[in-house]
Design a protein around this ligand. Structure first.
Ligand code: FES
Length: 276
């Protein structure tokens, strides 16, 4: 069993979860993820590791309530989770590349932090960009600013920082800076839009893919995706891949395979738990 040290909604629909998981905290590397199970019959939920503390034996993740199982996690009142499996996936290679841009949206604002921190420690010039619909939805600014040489916020309504999204901001940034590498974590659209900007300038770009996962160990085939024309399993071969090699059409189609069923069951249980 894994103790929940804290669980809170830090901005509307973004939840921060801190768990006692010393074995994972000791081995975690930037770019890796964990799978959580609320109870032994619950869904296996993959989440990007957003931080860890090997000394205190804790890990931190940020997640959004997007379906039935994340709703269950938000409403879970117990003190322990049945399982926390990880660290999973291949760590992102960290080296001195020069100027590195990190872009995060929704859960990726949390997920981008370990890579930004490691890149800064490796001697890179780190430029971090985050996006939200409005200023009241921004989070993790303090931590990201600390590990960045330049920190840029973008809001769709223009209430803080630049008006627009990360892919709008990066357009201007490319004119101002010589960028050696870029990493994006967020929803599939956000990552693809960012790639569309960086690839026209030949900037080596990486993204953390988020396909449907079940076991997280390369056995079920659920997270299958096509990268550079080859079949890859995001859970063991990724989740971080070079963005220009990803078959984005296939990724969108596979991610939408159960969206209708997911929406129906989520709506049904949301209404049920609210007594409608
Ligand atoms: S989640 Fe099953 S193979 Fe990746």
């Amino acid at each position: 069993m894994y103790k929940i040290l804290s669980k809170s909604e830090i901005v509307p629909n973004v939840h921060k979860l801190v768990l006692e998981a010393p074995d994972i905290a000791e081995k975690a590397k930037p770019g890796q993820f964990v799978i959580l199970m609320i109870d032994e019959t619950g869904e296996r939920l993959p989440f990007t590791l957003s931080d860890w503390d090997a000394k205190n034996g804790t890990i931190t993740i940020y997640f959004l309530e997007v379906g039935l199982s994340t709703m269950d996690l938000v409403r879970f009142k117990g003190e322990e989770l049945s399982a926390v499996i990880g660290p999973l996936g291949k760590p992102t290679p960290i080296d001195k590349f020069g100027t590195v841009v990190l872009g995060g949206g929704c859960y990726g604002v949390g997920g981008i932090y370990p890579i930004a921190k490691a890149m800064k420690e490796a001697g890179n010039t780190v430029i971090t960009l985050i996006e939200a619909r409005s200023s009241y939805l921004l989070y993790n600014e303090e931590g990201l600013r600390r590990v960045s040489d330049r920190f840029i916020v973008a809001t769709e309504d223009g209430t803080k920082g630049e008006k627009g999204k990360v892919h709008d901001v990066i357009e201007n940034l490319i004119q101002e800076e010589s960028i050696d590498r870029a990493y994006f974590i967020g929803c599939t659209f956000m990552m693809m839009n960012c790639l569309n900007k960086t690839k026209t300038h030949d900037i080596t770009t990486f993204v953390a893919l988020n396909p449907i996962m079940v076991d997280g160990t390369g056995m079920c085939g659920c997270c299958r995706c096509s990268v550079d024309g080859k079949t890859k399993f995001a859970c063991v071969d990724g989740p971080i891949f070079e963005a220009k090699e990803v078959d984005w059409d296939q990724l969108f189609k596979r991610n939408a395979a159960y969206s209708q069923q997911e929406a129906i069951i989520y709506q049904f249980h949301s209404c049920e738990s609210e007594g409608v």
